[in-house]
Design a protein around this ligand. Structure first.
Ligand code: NAD
Length: 484
């Protein structure tokens, strides 16, 4: 496969290097070799991209399109992505170091489905007619229209760049916004290739723009730009907090999808085989680099030893290696720095008294690989029980009562998602009501779907991606009143 040597900006339909003509290297995680060089853009590039997006929004060809016409364009983009899914699967696997099987089964189908789901909304943005008792003795006729909020900055992380990019692009375009995408510097290629496809799909130039570059320069310039009305950010809680602090006083609309430390609660009557398989999936998909990673395994004491053994066995049996090889089940972490950080989390947990249940075994010679780890003997006060690791690491904590399980689950700064494993469905629903998270799954880990809202509370952020809720976040309801 031919990967473009240079990862460029897309501004007003033109693929351009940054004004400063500066670059940084994007390494291939599984080999540590250079994969591409990426434009290190500047605030001047952000200005150009926002200005292109503004012209289309404020009276450009895009502004004149009907919802049905927007829907056709979004469908065309989804079709092109689907037709080129082999290309995208390979590109994603190489830039993320992640097993290609996951791209084929999860990321690409979901990106396609998400675009199609939101395309379906584009011509259904209906307002309301609202009766009142009138105004100062005169009858009124009141109606609302739902209008796009304006130019949206879409800031995307590296862990599922195409899929999360589609989660944001779909509703933004369906609502009628124009966008500036800021891909992660660690995984910019596939999302940029999707934006490039928008030109072929026939989107007017300037509707979808991309600015490459580093977060503190380009991301910061974007979130503080006066021409940006809405920010949809997915990434770390630290950066989310910074964005809220600078963009809040500027009254930008904010969706912040941040970190997580999801509990998987295994009750004594759990369907054990399913629970083990589901926990393993929640820990090891994407090398554990998912916001929903079920990294806190809260297990009833009666099942503790069985579960530890089974999860350690599952971890030890995973085939690590070349993301493009058919038999690979786990690839490399995104960067040397991140792999080092994950190893440090494991070492610190052991230093604080946890037991490593998995083997430390050999790793591929090159690339940023980390062996999956299961830690037992974890207590709730340890860092490994509280901090987001974002790697293939599970911390097992036993509990004795349901009440204790809820208390442990909620004793966390994050509140993104949780999984319950039990055969008692009435108990499951009662416990789900008490979990302080944005999403609870029962007997299955993180069953994402474009039609279902996804978002967290507490330090996991505010607002939703996916579903009708995401669409609403790119719309404003304008009231028109005729005083008769
Ligand atoms: P990150 O916060 O380092 O970067 C995310 C994006 O923000 C990147 O594009 C980066 O360039 C940009 N950025 C960095 N500094 C910025 C600044 N000051 N202003 C504006 N933009 C800036 O996150 P990451 O390491 O790419 O992703 C991992 C994190 O994302 C994890 O914490 C994970 O839990 C979270 N995540 C959350 C969800 C969710 O749905 N809640 C989904 C996926 C990932």
């Amino acid at each position: 496969m031919n990967i473009q040597a240079d990862c460029l900006n897309l501004i007003a339909g033109e693929r351009t290097p940054g004004y400063g003509n500066a670059w940084f290297d994007k390494l291939e995680p599984a080999t540590a070799a250079q994969l591409a060089r990426v434009a290190a853009s500047t605030p001047a590039d952000v200005d150009a991209a926002v200005s292109a997006a503004r012209s289309q929004f404020d009276g450009g060809d895009w502004a004149a399109l009907s919802g049905a016409a927007r829907a056709r364009l979004i469908h065309r983009l989804a079709d092109l992505l689907e037709v080129r899914s082999d290309f995208f699967a390979e590109l994603l696997a190489r830039e993320q170091g992640r097993a290609i099987m996951e791209m084929r089964m999860l990321d690409i189908p979901m990106a396609v489905d998400t675009l199609r789901y939101f395309a379906g909304w584009a011509d259904k943005l209906e307002g309301r007619q609202i009766p009142t008792s009138g105004f100062m003795g005169r009858p009124t006729f009141n109606y609302t229209v739902r209008e796009a909020v304006g130019v949206a900055a879409l800031i995307v992380p590296w862990n599922a760049p195409l899929m999360i990019g589609a989660w944001k692009l779909g509703p933004a375009l369906a609502a009628g916004c124009t966008v500036v995408i800021k891909p992660s510097e660690d995984a910019p290629l596939a999302l940029t290739a999707l934006a490039d496809l928008s030109v072929e799909a026939g989107f007017p130039e300037g509707v979808i723009n991309v600015v490459q570059g580093r977060g503190p320069e380009v991301g910061r310039a974007l979130v503080t730009h006066p021409g940006v009305d809405k920010i949809s950010f997915t990434g770390s809680t630290v950066v989310g907090r910074d964005i809220a602090a600078v963009a809040g006083p500027l009254f930008k609309r904010l969706t912040l999808e941040l970190g997580g430390k999801a509990p998987q609660i295994i009750l004594p009557d759990a369907p054990l085989e399913q629970a083990i398989a589901g926990c393993a999936m929640g820990l090891f998909v994407d090398q554990g680099q998912t916001c929903a990673a079920g990294s806190r395994i809260l297990v009833h004491r009666s099942l503790h030893d069985t579960l530890c053994q089974a999860l350690a066995g599952a971890a030890d049996s995973l085939t690590l290696g070349d993301p493009l090889a058919a038999g690979t089940q786990m690839g490399a972490l995104i960067s040397a720095r991140h792999a080092e950080r994950v190893r440090a989390h494991i070492a610190r947990a052991v230093a604080q008294g946890a037991t490593l249940e998995t083997r430390e075994g050999p790793l591929p010679d090159q690339g940023f690989f980390v062996r999956p780890a299961i830690l037992s003997g974890v207590t709730p006060d340890m860092d490994i029980a509280r901090e987001e690791v974002f790697g293939p690491v599970g911390a097992v904590i036993p509990f004795d009562t349901e009440e204790e399980a809820i208390q442990l689950a909620n004793d966390c700064a994050y509140g993104l998602s949780a999984t319950l494993w039990t055969q008692n469905l009435s108990r499951a629903h009662q416990m789900a009501a008490r979990l302080r998270v944005g999403a609870v799954a029962i007997n299955g880990w993180s069953p994402l779907d474009a039609r279902l809202p996804w978002g967290g509370i507490k330090e996991s952020g505010t607002g939703n991606d996916l579903s009708r809720s995401a669409l609403d976040a790119y719309l404003t309801e304008k009231l028109v009143t005729l005083v008769m």
